[in-house]
Ligand binder design. Structure first.
Ligand SMILES: [Fe+2]
Ligand SMILES: [Fe+2]
Length: 278
């Protein structure tokens, strides 16, 4: 069985700092790595992990080094794409020795896993918060889909191409998402679009595909759909996703941190008279 872990939006800041003055994002990423290490034997093996952007908060070399240091504890090979908080060339520099990233242009890559392909796309417009697929990324997607030739494909972007109702995020989503939808609609096989950026779990039908936003491993963008949205973050539990092939793509959301205790559903307590239990 083929499995892909998705972590998103760790927003690592320099040592000794809290993101936005309140979030220990490095601790949150370390929690996710620890949870994966602890529980992987329950659902693994996993072929690959992907981090769908906003690896760092400011894109500095120091932040990328800190990110890599924490991710070195992950027992799975991983790859990344940039988000709007990343700086493309600093990110490229941090991963240049790994050999899976193009030397120039958008940071795009694809992997042919046993049951599905993965196509990862760079939507970063440096200096802007919205996303855009440039011509080279579009061409890469079209060529990769042609090579996958009807095999199921999971496409990853940082910016989602659909609205969530959270206005400050929706104005900065993927601007040319309809082009992406048209390309996926024309593909002969099953597709799934996996995104980040909104730091919360959101799912929608997207043309012939299903599009999903993964929770952030750390903080969330507040679910606030009022017109005068002050754009805040919430310290909701972080999480990550497991995408797997079960005669179709199946996606699980897992909390980044929770107690290791397991409690059997069967209980020595007497069942109340007339009660049933799930
Ligand atoms: Fe983010
Ligand atoms: Fe983002």
């Amino acid at each position: 069985m083929t499995r892909l872990l998705q972590l998103s939006d760790p927003h690592i800041v320099p040592e000794g700092q809290l993101a936005y003055g309140v979030v220990d994002t490095a601790a949150a990423l370390a929690d996710a790595v620890d949870t994966i290490n602890r529980d992987l034997h329950l659902y693994g093996p996993v072929d690959l992990a992907i981090v769908t952007g906003d690896l760092t908060d400011f894109g500095s070399p120091e932040e990328y080094a800190r990110f890599r240091n924490i991710m070195d504890g992950l027992p799975i090979p991983y790859r990344v794409i940039p988000g709007n908080h990343d700086l493309r060339e600093n990110l490229r520099q941090a991963f240049s020795e790994d050999g899976w990233m193009p030397d120039s242009g958008p940071i795009v890559w694809s992997v042919d896993l046993p049951d599905f392909g993965v196509v990862a796309l760079d939507t970063l417009v440096e200096g802007q918060h919205h996303g855009l697929l440039d011509d080279r990324a579009v061409r890469f997607l079209v060529d990769a889909l042609e090579a996958f030739n009807g095999k199921p494909v999971l496409v990853a972007t940082h910016h989602p191409p659909f609205a969530t109702g959270i206005i400050p995020m929706d104005v900065n989503n993927l601007r040319n998402g309809s082009l992406l939808r048209d390309i996926l609609d024309a593909y002969a096989g099953e597709t799934r679009l996996i995104c980040g950026h909104v730091h919360r779990s959101v799912t929608t039908v997207y043309g012939s595909s299903v599009a999903m936003i993964a929770p952030g491993v750390s903080h969330s963008v507040t679910l606030d759909q009022r017109e005068e949205n002050p754009h805040t973050l919430s310290l909701e539990p972080g999480g990550f996703m497991l995408h797997e092939w079960r005669n179709g793509l199946v996606s699980h959301t897992v909390a980044a941190r929770f107690p290791a205790d397991r409690h059997p559903f069967s209980s020595p307590e007497e069942k109340p008279e007339g009660a049933s239990r799930a």
